[in-house]
Design a protein around this ligand. Structure first.
Ligand SMILES: Cc1cc2nc3c(=O)[nH]c(=O)nc-3n(C[C@H](O)[C@H](O)[C@H](O)COP(=O)(O)O)c2cc1C
Length: 496
């Protein structure tokens, strides 16, 4: 229904641009939920919208996979009436492929966004996201082709450069190529993981002043106060949040709901709109972050949860415990040291890069990094092994190799039960030559010889054996013996 309406509208209405698009199509949104891989999926978007989010982005999808894989496409485009307005985000580095993916999605959304901000190593390998930052010509081609051919506007999400002046030129280049709305994440490509640090709103302010299209600010938004402060300081048209929204989806309402109310609401939505367990678990970890720091056993249970039912059970148990904590006479009723009681949705403040480094040093018993590296060098570790060991001191690289005893005649491992302390091939040779048995290798030359001698004697006593037949039969017996032996070996191999 929604798709049909969008298709008809796009056929009869001219494509809106810039502020007209932001105002009429999107409804002047100021509170925006960021694109988040595995996290801004349909149930989460609905939950956020029910708590005052005014515009949502899908997670980033890979344009090339999107064009080739119908199942990926179907899952990516899962939406409903309530899920509007919506922007679908893609990454990619080929203008035609990006356009093809965008064309397949344009009837399901209000705009298509180009991800120019992903700083992960997978983006580096695939040469997309923030790693296109240095290829302005290519970016310009992707945006201008999409602007020319799509029935919906093309928007972009960027990271800043260390230089404000270069960031401004970058934004102007995108505007010129046809970008109709720009989200600026106020961190550089290198600011990620433990060195994420604070976003620079002054760069966002400079971009906003230099372009004529609507601009959203992104970074450092953990509360409604931050939203207002950011809009005032930068003059942007809307504010986008990712981590703040994951920890408190009611951020735009300016409230701090009880964690169990939010988990119950989310799980109900997941039951209506099927969602991968990994995404559900990741959401629960974020919402319940502070409570799970207190009830650590449930944290472990949640990590091991195998179904949505398991997650629901864990949330129920946690609710019981949180309600007990809240009913205690000494339970806090207002923030202490700026922190709310753990059972209320609230932001998580990452340690600053300096604090993260100090924590790592503490873990390594406060020894300077150079000393640790020297020690690790002495262990004969490679550069990448040293890096891994610094990050995780308990990682083991050299697992002890099991030592095998060698065969008495060759470098192969000896059979552990061999009477000659040899490998099977050597043992067979030795035992045959000596007409001996090696039960360890199932070689029974002596036993067989004895049996054959006995049989020969019996036959001779009965007068049934002449010298020639004895020789012939003995020959047959030998063959039978070796066949039986071969069969034994095959059986051994099969069972092995
Ligand atoms: C779990 C997670 C997934 C993300 N996935 C995407 C993505 O698919 N596309 C994108 O442009 N940014 C993605 N980001 C980056 C956010 O959109 C946002 O730019 C960044 O987290 C900074 O905003 P914040 O300070 O509010 O967290 C992701 C962030 C998180 C935490």
């Amino acid at each position: 229904m929604k798709v049909l309406a969008l298709t008809i509208l796009s056929n009869i209405m001219p494509k809106l641009e810039g502020y007209e698009f932001w105002e009429k199509t999107l409804g002047k949104p100021r509170f925006i939920v960021a694109p988040m891989v595995e996290q801004s999926e349909l149930p989460w978007r609905i939950l956020s919208r029910r708590h005052k989010a005014e515009l949502c982005y899908t997670p980033m999808f890979h344009s090339s996979v999107f064009t080739k894989n119908p199942r990926y496409r179907k899952e990516a485009l899962a939406s409903c009436e309530e899920d509007s307005p919506l922007i679908v985000q893609f990454c990619g580095n080929n203008p035609e492929v990006f356009l093809e993916a965008a064309m397949l999605a344009q009837d399901h959304c209000d705009a298509i966004d180009l991800n120019l901000g992903c700083p992960q190593s997978i983006a580096k390998r695939g040469q997309y996201g923030a790693y296109l930052q240095d290829k302005w010509e290519l970016i310009s081609q992707i945006v201008s082709l999409a602007h020319e051919k799509l029935s919906v506007p093309i928007t972009c999400k960027i990271r800043i450069f260390p230089s404000v002046e270069k960031t401004v030129r970058y934004a102007q280049m995108l505007e010129k190529a046809g970008c109709q709305l720009l989200t600026v994440h106020g961190r550089t490509r290198d600011m990620r993981g433990p060195v994420t640090g604070m976003a620079d709103w002054s760069a966002i302010k400079a971009v906003k002043a230099a372009v004529k299209i609507p601009v959203f600010a992104n970074g450092n938004i953990q509360s409604l106060q931050d939203v207002h402060r950011c809009m005032e300081e930068t003059g942007v048209d809307g504010v986008m949040t990712a981590e703040g929204n994951l920890h408190n989806p009611a951020l735009f309402e300016g409230t701090h709901p009880k964690v169990w109310d939010i988990t119950d609401e989310y799980i109900d939505l997941v039951k209506t709109y099927p969602t991968p367990l990994s995404a559900v678990r990741a959401h629960l970890f974020k919402i319940l972050h502070h409570s799970l720091m207190v009830h650590i056993d449930l944290r472990i249970d949640l990590a091991r949860a195998k179904s949505i039912g398991d997650c629901e059970e864990i949330c129920k148990t946690l609710r019981g415990r949180c309600e007990e904590d809240a009913a205690k006479p000494d339970a806090p009723t207002k923030p202490e040291d700026g922190k709310l009681p753990h059972w209320l949705c609230q932001p998580y403040f990452r340690p600053s890069p300096k604090e993260a480094e100090a924590k790592r040093a503490e873990k390594n018993r406060k020894r300077p990094l150079s000393m640790i590296i020297d020690d690790l060098n002495n262990e004969g570790l490679s550069k990448s092994q040293i890096k891994k060991r610094v990050r995780n001191p308990s990682v083991i690289f050299h697992r002890p190799v099991r030592q095998y005893e060698k065969c008495a005649k060759c470098p192969n491992p000896r059979g552990l039960k061999c009477v000659f302390s040899e490998c099977r091939a050597c043992c067979k040779h030795t035992a045959h030559k000596a007409v001996a048995d090696c039960p360890g290798h199932h070689l029974l030359f002596a036993t067989k010889k004895l049996k054959s001698d006995r049989w020969e004697a019996e036959q001779r006593e009965k007068g049934l054996l002449t010298a020639t037949t004895a020789a012939g039969d003995a020959l047959n017996l030998d063959t039978e013996g070796s066949n039986a032996e071969q069969a034994g070996t095959t059986k051994q191999l099969d069972s092995g």
